[in-house]
Design a protein around this ligand. Structure first.
Ligand code: NI
Length: 161
């Protein structure tokens, strides 16, 4: 178990397309464990492998319902729409408004390389879309409506009330 360094916007590794995972080797198992530890330590709801510098198609998510590991995820269905604030551990201290599908279905492989399907709505749907885009080298900032906001500034304003 180890906490890995989270790469931040400007690091070229975040702009690259990730490679398919062919086999869950001990090294990949260790990576997945580290990704979960790193996500929890940073209070994130999702983390994709390129965010820790590894160009492989692996994401971890926990929206408060337990850990989800998606290997080689493919979104197969989307519907509805949700518009709300989104952030990313690779863009610390910032949030911005992004519109995403409100419901998604995703096919992926688990750590035993068994295929499964997952459905998500609301925050889980948002997290699945956000994390899958990391695997294509895309950050949510590309979709932000209006401007990225500073979370610290909003916190300070709240404090003054
Ligand atoms: Ni992110």
């Amino acid at each position: 178990m180890a906490i890995r360094n989270i790469r931040t916007m400007g690091d070229r590794v975040l702009t690259k397309k990730c490679r398919t995972v062919e086999e869950v080797t001990p090294k990949i198992s260790e990576l997945i464990t580290d990704m979960l530890d790193t996500m929890y330590e940073a209070f994130g709801v999702g983390l994709a492998a390129p965010q820790v510098g590894i160009l492989k198609r692996i994401v971890v998510i926990d929206v408060g319902e337990g850990p989800i590991v998606l290997i080689n995820p493919v979104i197969t269905e989307t519907d509805g729409e949700q518009t709300g604030d989104e952030g990313c551990l690779s863009v610390p201290g910032k949030v911005g408004v992004v519109t995403r599908p409100n419901h998604v279905k995703v096919e992926a492989y688990n750590e035993d390389m068994e295929k499964f399907e997952l459905e998500g709505t609301e925050l889980l749907a948002r997290a699945i879309c956000h994390e899958c885009e990391h695997l294509e080298g895309v950050l949510y900032v590309e979709h932000v409506q209006g401007e990225l906001r500073d979370t610290a500034a909003e916190y300070d304003e709240d404090e003054e009330e």
